[in-house]
Ligand binder design. Structure first.
Ligand code: FAD
Ligand code: EPU
Length: 337
């Protein structure tokens, strides 16, 4: 355990905050010891720190999840089920699957963070969501370390949401293992996202494989999302809002070019928050150390030295402006600590 520990290298926003205490864990037994020995101390689980904004120092212990391991637990002619420990790096797991020709997560390449965090907001990108391959989530209760399993239905997955995001469950469950069911053959390649098709066409990949899709996704991501190793950010700061069909039609009268997507709810549409933020004039704007990314208006960046409060203040201004201009409420995707 380390005292008065800087979390700057442990959050992709690169915000300088300190934790009273910090420890890495590489086994479930270590978590049990912490829970039993420090019952009163506030605890924060940290994965890759890529979906978190620290607003102040953390008065308690930060538990950095480093529990690793991966095992195929079931295999048929067409599928494998693999149990992966929560401390594994997400992108490394994706590339392991691609190299072994296991399909289902190739569109989720290069998403930062750990495997144990992936179910929390049901990570998604380029036409895929992790909920479609998760069969089981193993958790440990943070008050007594007692295990509890959640099958896919019990996880209550939705767009950027799950049971683990509910306010009453925040910090209650430590996700120590996730099971994924992946295809061995007859892969269902997801190529609806326009930019994927463009890249594959440019590269003359007429019959793409899993590796081609993953590499196309990596190329697209690198072209528009800032690299957190160079510029502090946490990916999309806000979720894309859901609006009613009436609201969509009202907006289309004024902005006929507004993009929108169908959802699985009747007469409910999703519109890109990045479009709203760009339309409102924020894209590429910089205010001291914080700003809105010039290539993706949904990403707020720390150009160096920003505090969590400065980043949140910009987000709050954007929320108020979008509300005023479009009568739409934006909700942060990032977790505030
Ligand atoms: P952290 O930031 O460490 O933690 C997030 C929250 O989960 C915290 O509240 C933490 O306490 C809690 N937590 C962490 N681990 C556990 C655990 N094992 N058990 C219980 N609670 C835990 N997301 C997408 O969905 N799609 C994208 O395309 C995408 N692109 C991104 C691009 C960039 C450049 C960046 C920086 C982020 C992007 N994200 C994206 C967001 C982020 O990568 C994901 O949300 C990721 O799953 C977060 O994982 P993490 O381990 O870094 O979480
Ligand atoms: N757009 C603009 N201006 C911008 C950005 C976007 O007009 O500055 C419009 C464009 O019309 C574009 C559309 O928004 O076609 C969608 O943009 P993009 O494909 O970049 O996706 P997004 O909706 O901004 C979502 C996820 C990303 C994910 C991408 C790719 C959310 C909140 N974000 O972004 O996830 O990588 O799709 O699938 O759903 C994250 O969650 O951190 C994240 C990066």
């Amino acid at each position: 355990m380390q005292k008065n520990f800087s979390l700057k290298p442990y959050n992709t926003f690169g915000v300088e905050v300190k934790a009273d205490w910090f420890t890495d864990i590489d086994s479930e037994e270590q978590l049990l010891t912490i829970i039993d020995d420090l019952p009163e101390m506030p605890k924060l689980i940290l994965g890759g720190g890529s979906n978190i904004l620290f607003l102040k120092d953390f008065k308690g212990i930060v538990i950095h999840n480093n529990i690793k391991g991966k095992k195929i637990i079931e295999e048929t002619e067409t599928h494998i089920t693999v149990a992966v420990k929560g401390g594994e790096n997400w992108h490394d797991f994706v590339m392991w699957a691609v190299e072994n020709n296991y399909g289902g997560i190739e569109n989720l390449a290069l998403i930062p963070g750990k495997v144990g965090t992936a179910p929390i907001q049901n990570i998604g990108a380029y036409g895929a969501e992790v909920k479609d391959v998760i069969t089981l989530v193993h958790t440990l209760n943070m008050t007594n370390c007692v295990p509890k399993k959640f099958d896919n239905t019990a996880c209550q997955f939705k767009y950027r949401d799950s049971i683990f995001k509910k306010p009453e469950n925040k910090g209650l469950y430590f996700i120590n293992e996730v099971h994924f069911k992946l295809t061995k053959k007859h892969h269902i390649l997801k190529m609806d996202y326009g930019a994927i098709q463009e890249v594959l066409k440019q590269q003359n990949k007429l019959q793409p494989n899993l590796e081609d899709i993953a590499q196309a996704v990596i190329k697209i991501r690198q072209s528009k999302l800032p690299d957190p190793n160079k510029t502090g950010n946490a990916g999309s700061f806000f979720k894309n809002p859901y609006i009613s069909d009436r609201k969509r039609r009202q907006l289309l009268l004024k902005y006929p070019d507004m993009p929108f997507y169908k959802t699985n709810q009747k007469e409910v549409y999703k519109i890109p928050a990045g479009w709203l933020i760009e339309k409102a004039g924020w894209k590429g704007q910089q205010f001291g150390p914080v700003g809105v990314h010039p290539k993706q208006a949904l990403v707020i960046v720390n150009y160096g030295g920003a505090t969590g409060k400065q980043i949140k203040a910009l987000a709050d201004k954007i929320i108020a402006d979008i509300k005023q201009k479009f009568e739409i409420n934006l909700h942060p995707e990032v977790n505030f600590i």
